[in-house]
Structures are given as structure tokens and as C-alpha cells.
Design a protein around this ligand. Structure first.
Ligand SMILES: [Zn+2]
Length: 211
């Protein structure tokens, strides 16, 4: 089995939304200080690197992450490349000519090429694109940007469409090394009580025989 790790390395330099909490580790105990072990704590946004949003992130009465249905975050996933000019949304018309064959679709926009170097003009999805994917029986949409909506969108139009169609999202994945195709995705959120998101270790397994 070939494994594509689509998770950016989590460290202090990993980009977060302007004003959000970066990943900040603190060493609590250390061999170097005469302690008998190494112990670390950290501060971070829950939306660090590859992560999934719970509905409570974008809907007032939405579920929080500990009650996530894990089935959604494991299974057949189709990787699609749709390069768009910076800052624009992927629209329905960019998807219509692609045969959707899996209930999970991971979209590579290539508009956020270096997770360690934040760029504000990454691409998102349009309401039409989300609705189209929902009509194709897609349950989870993944994207290689920090959000399904462009950074300056306060209305969160695609998050709202995601909510309306009861889809789930996987954000911040890295797809540059992954050819288009169908893989077995594993991207499980941690059961953090009351949290609106969780970082995940997202991987794609290739050449798995699953039935
Ligand atoms: Zn998020």
C-alpha cells in the first residue's frame, strides 16, 4: 500500500488565519534541565493545518466535533485538480465535466502552495459548486486551502451551502504530490468535547483493495 501523507507538518511557522492562534509549543520538562523526561504543552487554534470543521463552527446549533460520524472521514475519496486564478472560487461549471465516482471529493486548487507561508488570495468554492457536489451524492469536500471560502468572505457562502446540504469539510490538506484518482482517505478528528474543529492526520492510501 502506498501512503500519501496530505498533512502539513505542525510547527510554529505553519500559517493560520490572521489574528488566529499559531501553534505554540512550550517545554514543561526536559532532559536538558535535569528532568527525567521530556514533556510538552501547546497553544493552538483548532484549525491548525489539515483539520475538519464541525457544524458548530458555522451553524449556531450545529454539532461539535466529539460527536462527528467517523464513517465520513474514512473511505473512498476522489482527488480532482482544478487550478483557478488566485482568489477566485471553484464553480459548478468547473466540476460538471468531471465524473464524480466517490462520496468524498478532494479539490486541489493550487492556490495556497506553501502552508508555511500564508497567502491571503487562496481560492474557495462557490455555493453552486457545493450544491453540485451534493447532488452527486458527495458527503465530504476537501480543499488544499485554509478555508472553503476566500479569506475576505464574511458571509461564508460555501460554508452555509455545506451546512444546508449537511456535508462535511476537510481543510488545509496538501495535494501537490498526489495524482488525480481515487484513494482511501483516513482523516479522523479528535473527540475534543465542545470543540468546533480538530486537526487531523490526513492520509490517502493507494492501491488498497476495499470492498
Ligand atoms: Zn476550519
Amino acid at each position: 500500500v502506498k501512503i500519501y501523507d496530505i498533512t502539513p507538518v505542525i510547527h510554529k511557522g505553519l500559517g493560520v488565519f490572521p489574528g488566529d492562534q499559531i501553534f505554540e509549543p512550550t517545554t514543561v520538562m526536559d532532559f536538558k534541565n535535569g528532568d527525567n523526561l521530556l514533556l510538552t504543552k501547546f497553544m493552538t487554534t483548532t484549525h491548525i493545518g489539515a483539520h475538519v470543521d464541525a457544524p458548530s463552527h458555522y451553524a449556531r446549533d450545529g454539532q461539535s466535533i466529539e460527536s462527528a460520524d467517523l464513517q465520513i472521514y474514512m473511505g473512498a475519496a476522489q482527488v480532482i485538480k482544478i487550478p483557478r486564478p488566485q482568489g477566485l472560487r471553484v464553480e459548478k461549471k468547473h466540476l460538471e465535466n468531471i465524473k464524480i465516482v466517490a462520496p468524498r471529493v478532494l479539490i486541489q486548487t493550487n492556490s495556497f502552495p506553501n502552508p508555511d507561508q500564508w497567502n491571503a488570495d487562496f481560492c474557495g468554492l462557490s455555493t453552486g459548486a457545493v450544491e453540485y457536489l451534493a447532488s452527486q451524492k458527495v458527503k465530504l469536500i476537501g480543499i488544499d486551502t485554509p478555508s472553503m471560502d476566500p479569506q475576505d468572505d464574511k458571509e461564508l457562502e460555501s460554508h452555509n451551502a455545506i451546512n444546508k446540504n449537511d456535508l462535511r469539510i476537510l481543510e488545509g490538506i496538501v495535494l501537490n504530490q498526489v495524482p488525480e484518482g481515487v484513494y482511501f482517505l483516513i482523516a479522523l478528528p479528535l473527540p475534543i468535547k465542545g470543540a468546533e474543529a480538530s486537526p487531523v492526520r490526513a492520509v490517502l492510501l493507494d492501491k488498497v483493495h476495499f470492498n
